[in-house]
Design a protein around this ligand. Structure first.
Ligand code: PLP
Length: 364
């Protein structure tokens, strides 16, 4: 932000731990919300900062409140813009339109690719052109364009995407005040190329006089947060020589991305093994399959080789648990939710949230 004048927002859907918003707001320009409730949270817990909202489709009855707390609203389609744009602008908000640059740069996780065929996210150029020819004043309702197509990616993929954005939508950029590059920029990862990100930002600033926004979620709390769990039982070795371990933490309830994405989270004193071919890499010693206490057969966190033999009641510590975990927990099977502590210095942790039976009961 200091080098380029860009503004960085926290995407709250990834990390809504508002106990840390005072710290985050010292560095970032504000928040990005996926709907009314996140927008309220940003408004209440990061007061005085920018409050942006995007939704694939807004509810009519949310609009009055959104207009009273947000300063930027991004619509997903020309129809949404035609429906809400004028009124929203009269309330003093800046409006944006999400575009689909039709440029896939990630191939591992199709459910995280808004440029995949059939995507409902963002307007494609051909559709926008048709709408503009029908309603030539449509774009006078728009202050900025927004794209979000990256997921855990480096700035080379941003550069590729930006090229596609300029090629397709360049003719409209001159009429805009800002452009939002969305999230998925892994800017805090060691190998992230910040210089190239800065060149991308400066290019849009200089060529099109645009204010640039980015709204990363993951990168704001990457590799932060531990989830502490206890081993409840260790089963005898199966025919593969693997012992199942039941812990008091569930993939399905406490870290659903482990199943959805899927991925195997880092675990202290252990290395993750892939479920096929692991026998070649591990010498078979201290190999455990860690699973949760729910009814779901697939409630498995992963296969790991440990540097020691595990014991019942031992604590296991999962790492990189701050992002996309607290915001996605559920109480399926009546599972308790773990308390949340904030560690402000290396050895002082303070209890921030305690959960109990009432949190399960009130949600069913
Ligand atoms: C998910 C999302 C983000 C944040 O993405 P990260 O991968 O967590 O950086 C930002 N903007 C929009 C519109 C999103 O959907």
């Amino acid at each position: 932000m200091d080098d380029t004048g860009c503004r960085i927002l926290l995407a709250q859907k990834c990390f809504s731990c508002y106990g840390l918003y005072p710290l985050i707001s010292k560095y970032l320009a504000g928040t990005a919300a996926s709907g009314l409730y996140e927008a309220r949270l940003g408004h209440e817990e990061m007061p005085g900062k920018e409050n942006h909202i995007f939704s694939p489709a807004f509810r009519e009855d949310d609009m009055a409140e959104i207009c009273s707390i947000c300063d930027h609203i991004v619509f997903n389609s020309p129809q949404q813009l035609e429906r809400f744009g004028r009124k929203v602008r009269e309330s003093g908000l800046q409006t944006g339109l999400r575009i689909n640059p039709e440029c896939s740069t990630q191939h591992g996780h199709p459910i995280y690719d808004p440029c995949a065929p059939g995507s409902r996210l963002g307007v494609r150029l051909s559709v926008l052109e048709e709408c503009v020819s029908r309603n030539p004043s449509l774009l006078s309702l728009v202050d900025g364009l927004h794209f979000h197509t990256l997921c855990e990616q480096n700035s080379d993929d941003l550069e590729t995407t930006l090229e596609a954005v300029i090629n397709r939508f360049g003719k409209y950029l001159g009429q805009m005040k800002w452009i939002n590059f969305g999230g998925g920029h892994h800017i805090t990862r060691d190998d992230y190329d910040i210089d190239l990100l800065e060149r991308c930002i400066v290019r849009m600033r200089n060529e099109f006089s645009l204010q640039v926004y980015i709204e990363p979620g993951e990168a704001v709390a990457l590799n932060a947060g531990e989830l502490h769990s206890i081993i409840l039982e260790i089963q005898p070795a199966d025919e593969q020589g693997v012992r199942n371990v039941i812990i008091d933490t569930s993939a399905a309830c406490h870290m659903p991305d482990v199943i959805e994405m899927p991925y195997t989270p880092p675990l202290q004193h252990a290395r993750a093994l892939s479920s096929d071919g692991w026998k070649n890499s591990a010498n078979g010693k201290n190999v455990y399959r860690i699973g949760g206490p729910t009814c779901l057969s697939g409630d498995v966190i992963g296969l790991y080789q440990f540097d020691h033999e595990l014991e019942e009641n031992e604590e296991l510590v999962f790492e990189d648990m701050a992002i996309y975990s607290m915001v996605k927990t559920n109480t399926f099977n009546g599972m308790p939710l773990p308390d949340i502590y904030i560690r402000r210095t290396p050895d002082i942790c303070t209890l921030w949230k305690h959960f109990g039976y009432g949190d399960f009961k009130c949600r069913v």
